[in-house]
Design a protein around this ligand. Sequence first.
Ligand SMILES: [Ca+2]
Length: 308
Amino acid sequence: MRAADSTRLKDMVEVPGGTFRMGSDRFYPEERPVREVSVGGFLIDSHPVTVAEFRRFVKATGYVTSAEQTPEAADYPDADPDLLVPGSLVFRKTDGPVDLRDYRNWWEWVPGAEWRHPEGPGSNVGGRERHPVTHVTPADAAAYAEWAGKSLPTEAEWEYAARGGLDGAIFTWGDEFTPKGRMMANTWQGEFPWQNLLLDRYEGTSPVGTFPPNGYGLHDMAGNVWEWTDDFFTTPNSNGAPACCAPRNPQGPEERFPRRVIKGGSHLCAPNYCLRYRPAARQGEAIDTSTAHIGFRCVVRPSASTEA
Ligand SMILES: [Ca+2]
């Protein structure tokens, strides 16, 4: 069953096609090199898919997300059988500084964590209907998109839209992190992963649209939640440690599952560790993994887009 056409294009913004400089040579290796890429015009959701929107999809279809399903033992031959239960990855702030090379210091596999229970059983999304939905895999995002009559963006489409017409700028709003002292996105201020100064007022996710839109009128293209794209993650540096931003489902052996590109950074991105609330930033996340800091948004293509 499809979403009604009358509501389908609500809250979508038209992004004109064009050519832009994709990537950055100034930050992390996986963003290099800067290259010219062309995309066709498309419509894109003005904000990440919210809990309320995802709930409508689940109510209409009875869809069960990946995090709510028992992992197949055959996919995780080395896993502790006790961990082969439905669950997802939840962030735990630490009491003090920890070894930043090991993301297990702040990511916890929590049985029962899923989109309705973002911190695990006992938590709920009451009051967070306008927050981005989390704990979704690419399969979940694709199922939502199909129901909505939409698609997941390519990485190029996503980055082009995030730049909002500011070709080559560091951030989606320009080159200065806090223009005139204003916080422009939900990121992490302070020393990750133990000291969150909350200068932007939000410890976890924030309601979509809380922070100013970019030049195309798109909200939350930086921070709040990472967003899945439709592209597989490839880079000469693909074995680099993604650490804070892209934890793996701890049940799975390394590299068993392909990775897809996630974009935009999240509320957990801190400059001391993961300065990735930038349009060029990218990470590869295994497709079996869901977390409390990854969501998605959709596009509609009037015509096929092409990369140069
Ligand atoms: Ca924050």
